[in-house]
Design a protein around this ligand. Structure first.
Ligand SMILES: [Zn+2]
Length: 139
């Protein structure tokens, strides 16, 4: 049975499994060379991917627009995800390592979870105003 499965595998796969120890270091070497030759290009690609993800998530929580739901400010550099009920930081700590910092891993987390409810897109101004709203009203 095991032999039969072994035969069903394509030739290249059988070859790879047999010669893995020889192939992997070569691959690593060529990948490293490729990386060094295309470093700038790859960094730009990664950065674009991150911004595209951020834009996608912010657009979802901005009700279809990549903008603050409160004041419509739309410079993506100053937009972030707000936990509507507050306590976002504590919740992220509970959710897992890396998510407490916000950023890409948090955006990825939200997308992977199918955009859970309870979040909105806010600009930094509205974010700060929301935090200090109560004390100012008391003045
Ligand atoms: Zn705003």
């Amino acid at each position: 049975m095991a032999e039969q499965i072994e035969k069903e595998k394509p030739y290249w796969q059988r070859y790879y499994e047999k010669n893995r120890a020889k192939i992997l270091p070569k691959r690593r070497k060529s990948w490293k060379a490729y990386y060094l030759n295309h470093k700038q290009e790859l960094l730009i690609k990664t950065r674009r991917k991150k911004w595209a993800l951020k834009q996608e998530v912010l657009t979802h929580y901005g009700n279809g627009k990549c903008a603050c739901v409160n004041c419509s400010f739309d410079d993506i550099r100053a937009l972030s995800i707000d936990h509507i009920e507050g306590g976002g930081h504590k919740e992220r700590l509970k959710l897992g390592k890396g998510l407490d910092r916000g950023g890409v891993s948090f955006y990825r987390f939200l997308r992977q979870r199918g955009y859970p409810e309870g979040y909105q897109t806010l600009c930094m101004n509205c974010q700060v105003i929301k935090q200090v709203k109560t004390p100012i009203e008391l003045l």
